[in-house]
Design a protein around this ligand. Structure first.
Ligand code: SAM
Length: 285
């Protein structure tokens, strides 16, 4: 039995289609029709969808450039007991889209936060890629350029889990060239293009093949990149001195030796026994 929705003073994160309009769930449709206020990443972009649903609630824009001013206003509406939905241009709000800060602020202020799940390009691309999906990393958009971008690419090249990246079509070839440089051309990769739309396609199965394909047919439409993990033998074995300093930081923060070893074991996947021994040894050398 479904609870009564929407409930006053609650924040609803509503997933909307990433292409195929049939992917809007009946629950999302009902909620958008009856909620008091709808915060949209772009009111014009979402206007067509909302008017086709007969969504009569007040529409407010909420995007990265007005977050600072809009966020307190949205919290005030919740405090007044209004029900508030957040939608992005497509997909799940909060995934490389506005929503994250508002959710954190709503939690702090004690407002219920309810997600009405829907399509997400990252998970849709992952599960259709054929690459391992039991453990994966989401990197979203990489930093635009410079040292930060190179550092992130370097870290990704050693990652053993499948990694999902977002990229704009006009920058896709550059990203694939960078992945070729950092991970090698033979690394498994699938580009999911235009998911859920008429011309949906998968391009792979390696970095090199995708690059060849898109050099001949310049990418258009929305693309999500799914990169296979580094082969285990290429994954960087963590340095003992580095591990030791991380253990010491944990101890400085108040953890006992055994707690520090357990926490770092959880974070790195290394054995607790090895980390504990390292602490007692002082250093590997
Ligand atoms: N919040 C959204 C979600 O949950 O899917 C993602 C928003 S992010 C601003 C937009 C990026 O998602 C695009 O640049 C692209 O990488 C990816 N994307 C969105 N729709 C897509 C689609 N239909 N096919 C492939 N990738 C898509």
């Amino acid at each position: 039995m479904q609870r009564d929705e929407p409930s006053g003073g609650s924040l609803y994160l509503v997933g909307t289609p990433i292409g195929h309009l049939g992917d809007l769930s009946p629950r999302a449709r009902d909620l958008l029709r009856s909620v008091d206020v709808i915060a949209c990443e772009d009111t014009r972009h979402s206007g067509q969808l909302l008017s086709s649903l007969g969504a009569g609630g007040r529409k407010l824009s909420f995007h990265q450039h007005n977050t600072r001013t809009r966020l307190p206003q949205l919290l005030d509406l919740l405090a007044e007991g209004q029900s508030l939905a957040v939608i992005s241009d497509a997909g799940l709000p909060g995934i490389s889209d506005p929503g994250e800060e508002l959710v954190a602020a709503a939690h702090r202020a004690g407002h219920p936060v309810i997600c009405i799940p829907g399509p997400c390009a990252a998970t849709t691309a992952l599960v259709s890629s054929g690459l391992p999906s039991s453990r994966f990393c989401f990197e979203g958009f990489l930093p635009a350029k410079g040292k930060e971008r190179r550092a992130r690419l370097e870290a990704i090249s050693h990652e053993i889990r499948t990694t999902v990246l977002y990229e704009a079509p006009h920058r896709l070839i550059t990203l694939l060239e960078e992945l070729q440089h950092h991970c090698g051309g033979s690394r498994p990769l699938q580009v999911a293009r235009e998911l859920t739309k008429r011309h949906e396609e998968q391009v792979g199965p390696t970095v090199e093949n995708a690059l060849l394909h898109f050099r001949q047919r310049p990418p258009q439409g929305e693309c999500t990149v799914v990169l296979g993990g580094a082969p285990l033998e290429e994954a960087v074995e963590p340095d003992d001195d580095d591990l030791l300093s991380q253990l010491q930081v944990l101890q400085d923060e108040g953890a006992t030796a055994s707690d520090a070893a357990r926490q770092l074991a959880q974070a790195t996947g290394l054995s607790r026994r090895r980390l504990y021994a390292l602490l007692h040894q002082g250093t590997s050398n």
